[in-house]
Design a protein around this ligand. Structure first.
Ligand code: SF4
Length: 114
């Protein structure tokens, strides 16, 4: 039986569709509302912000490659705690599959979307 948290898929947004709040705060994923990765994306620039040091560190952390750092919003998240407990870190392979699903009309399983 898999020990994956039922909201674990939200972590993909850290790579595929980083979430930005109305006030410009970079929230990273749509579960996080308590912290930010950049204070004002509109000022700092989109690409600069979504690839800043804090985001890059968080992505490595979500893959189990870096320890939890106190300034990371993920530390307060049950999904992150579950991944740490069961070792169900995000993998490069699943990110590739999600990216393909997001950018093509044909799913990797042979069924068209819609
Ligand atoms: S672990 Fe981090 S990226 Fe994943 S859902 Fe929680 S706050 Fe979002």
């Amino acid at each position: 039986m898999t020990q994956r948290h039922y909201m674990r898929h939200l972590c993909y947004e850290m790579w595929l569709s980083p979430q930005i709040n109305w006030d410009g705060k970079l929230l990273g994923c749509s579960r996080n509302f308590w912290g930010s990765y950049a204070e004002d994306v509109f000022q700092a620039g989109l690409l600069e912000s979504i690839n800043n040091e804090k985001m890059r560190y968080a992505r490595a952390m979500l893959m189990g490659q870096r320890p939890l750092r106190p300034d990371m919003p993920c530390g307060r998240c049950g999904v992150f705690q579950s991944m740490g407990q069961f070792g169900t870190w995000i993998t490069e392979e699943e990110l590739v599959v999600k990216k393909v699903e997001q950018t093509t009309l044909i799913s990797p399983h042979g069924r068209s979307k819609g």
